[in-house]
Design a protein around this ligand. Sequence first.
Ligand SMILES: Cc1cc2nc3c(=O)[nH]c(=O)nc-3n(C[C@H](O)[C@H](O)[C@H](O)COP(=O)(O)O)c2cc1C
Length: 148
Amino acid sequence: MPSAKIFAATVFGGSLEVAEELMPCLEQAGYQVTVYDEPQLSDLTDQLPDLAVFCVSSTGSGDFPPNFADFAHTLDATGAPIAGLKYGLIALGDSSYPTYCGAGRRLDELLTEYGAQRVGERLEIDATEVLQPYQEALDWAEEWVKLL
Ligand SMILES: Cc1cc2nc3c(=O)[nH]c(=O)nc-3n(C[C@H](O)[C@H](O)[C@H](O)COP(=O)(O)O)c2cc1C
């Protein structure tokens, strides 16, 4: 059975809720799924999955949430052997910030820089428009899994 790892970068829990809601969707698509709520880069690289999904909120001025800071910093500083890794990315943010979805966009750049391949478009969920991010994410995921 192919494996999928879902990583949540969150301050208030919204991205983790999105990650947990995506789990059954990917299981139905035939993946064995693990969700990481305190992710380290080694959780990704020790055994590269067939698929990774990143659910990433922004804090500060487009910064990574503290629970994801080590992951992002290590990837930025040292890179990682992730060439060919298929991934999806959901960024949670608030468009009233000039650094809208800054962390999710930055992670997307880093993953691409080290050779990972995003499947489909990045989903950006704007807190000024969407009250329940997980519902928007689920609607997106239903179409997204068809691309896998
Ligand atoms: C102190 C603070 C700083 C924030 N900074 C940004 C930001 O720079 N860019 C952005 O798009 N959203 C920003 N946000 C909005 C959050 O990313 C957004 O509300 C998100 O849905 C929170 O997700 P979470 O529940 O997973 O932490 C900020 C929110 C707070 C409270």
